[in-house]
Structure formats: structure tokens, C-alpha cells
Design a binder for this molecule. Structure first.
Ligand SMILES: [Zn+2]
Length: 120
């Protein structure tokens, strides 16, 4: 819990229901990485590193093309992210469980387009 950033008073309350306990001294052992990670996190460096990691181009596992930040490969169209794979899987499941799903969605889109044209 301490590594997850819980306040000492919360840990004492959950673990021992006693704010005057000395058990934290006995059970809380910080490693070198804990102090280092806390420093990186509190100083904002960790967020900058995470953001920099997210901007790294993705190489397509199928055609090996390098892609900027994208859901799909710009060369072969394969899904590059877990989010893209989940999105496609959710649509596939929706169609399998409700064969009219696509027809319903297309009808909604058609109605929306008709309303836009009426608004012109
Ligand atoms: Zn590709």
C-alpha cells in the first residue's frame, strides 16, 4: 500500500485500526527503487518519461513499416494497438450476437445524415 502512494495514516487505520502503532517501522521496508521512483514521480520527471515513451513510433509486426502514433498500420492496415484490436472485437461480437446490429447502426447514420441535409 505504501508503494501505491497510500498515506501512512490510511495504512495504519486499515492494517491495525490504530494511529499510534509502531508497526509501520517494523513492516515498512523501502528499497532503493522506491525512493528513486517516488522522487521521479513527485518531480514530474516520470510523467515526462511516460509521455515520451508514448510518442515512440510503432513498427508493424506484419509488414515492418514504421508508423507514427496510430491505431492501424499505414501500409497494410493491421491493428497496432490493443485498443484497436478490442474495438474491432467488440464490433464483431455485437454483430454475431445481434445480426441486425449493423443494419440498426446504418439506419441511425442514415437518419443523422438526413437531419443534417434538412438543416441546410
Ligand atoms: Zn503493416
Amino acid at each position: 500500500m505504501a508503494r501505491d502512494g497510500y498515506q501512512e495514516c490510511v495504512i495504519k487505520e486499515i492494517a491495525w485500526a490504530n494511529q499510534n502503532t509502531n508497526m509501520m517501522k517494523i513492516y515498512l521496508k523501502l528499497g532503493k527503487d522506491d525512493v528513486y521512483n517516488e522522487f521521479l514521480d513527485k518531480s514530474g520527471i516520470k510523467k515526462k518519461l511516460d509521455a515520451a515513451r508514448q510518442n515512440i513510433p510503432i513498427q508493424c509486426p506484419y509488414c515492418f513499416a514504421m508508423n507514427p502514433i496510430a491505431q492501424h498500420c499505414h501500409m497494410c492496415g493491421i491493428d497496432l494497438t490493443e485498443q484497436a484490436r478490442n474495438y474491432k472485437e467488440n464490433w464483431k461480437n455485437a454483430v454475431v450476437h445481434n445480426p441486425d446490429f449493423m443494419i440498426d447502426r446504418l439506419t441511425e447514420i442514415k437518419k443523422g445524415m438526413a437531419q443534417v441535409q434538412v438543416g441546410k
